[in-house]
Design a protein around this ligand. Structure first.
Ligand SMILES: C[S@@+](CC[C@H](N)C(=O)[O-])C[C@H]1O[C@@H](n2cnc3c(N)ncnc32)[C@H](O)[C@@H]1O
Length: 196
């Protein structure tokens, strides 16, 4: 599916009017802003034959954005989408299925701060960090950094937000510890490229 077909997800009145909005009384089906989602869509399109890890799925909006990119490209990659919440699990699964993306998304019910031992996840092109919103996000960085392929990316949502100062501090500390740098900022997203 083209990115343009997903634009309704960023319009709360359209979300509310949809069966998803009615069923679950949500007005926000995706937490990413449009420019952030567009960036994720482009990155997923580029790496459609590699794997993507998403930490924090909630209703499945960002999984659908990236899954739509993989599907459009006919990619062999998968999105390993980790979330601990019972509340959103069925909703997100149904939403992802109805949007035609379930073949591309593996839903994992697990704590994002530990590696999901039932899975073997290799060739990770990038990880979207959008679960832990305090300094403990460092645990996620430590779990996933070594599993990202050379020249792959860490994509961290909510960097530089006053409300999530622990995320910003953890990113800044991690970058220094590993001799990295923030290569790009897209809305609230910080992009870090992993060196070889
Ligand atoms: C901001 S929402 C994710 C939004 C989604 N990426 C999007 O753009 O639509 C954060 C999600 O992270 C999950 N979460 C928070 N802490 C977690 C943890 N330690 N392990 C797994 N999931 C967690 C919450 O259940 C919630 O669904």
């Amino acid at each position: 599916m083209k990115f343009g077909k997903l634009l309704w997800m960023f319009n709360s009145s359209k979300v509310r009017a949809s069966k998803w909005g009615k069923k679950y009384k949500v007005k926000t089906i995706i937490i990413q802003k449009e420019e952030e989602a567009k960036f994720l869509y482009k990155l997923a399109s580029k790496y459609a034959n590699y794997n993507i890890v998403e930490l924090g799925r909630k209703y499945g909006g960002s999984a659908v954005v990236m899954g739509s990119a993989l599907r459009r490209e006919g990619g062999t990659g998968r999105i390993y989408s980790v979330d601990l919440s019972e509340d959103h699990y069925e909703f997100s699964k149904e939403f992802i299925r109805d949007m035609g993306c379930l073949d591309y998304v593996e839903l994992i019910k697990s704590n994002s701060q530990v590696y999901p031992l039932d899975y073997e996840i290799n060739d990770v092109a990038f990880v979207l960090f959008d679960a832990t919103h305090d300094y403990d996000i460092m645990k996620e960085f430590n779990v996933w950094y070594d599993r990202i392929m050379p020249n792959g990316y860490m994509i961290i949502h909510d960097y530089g937000m006053e409300k999530h100062e622990g995320v910003t501090r953890a990113v800044d500390d991690f970058v220094v510890q590993h001799g990295l740098k923030i290569s790009d900022k897209v809305g609230r997203i910080a992009v870090i490229r992993k060196l070889k």
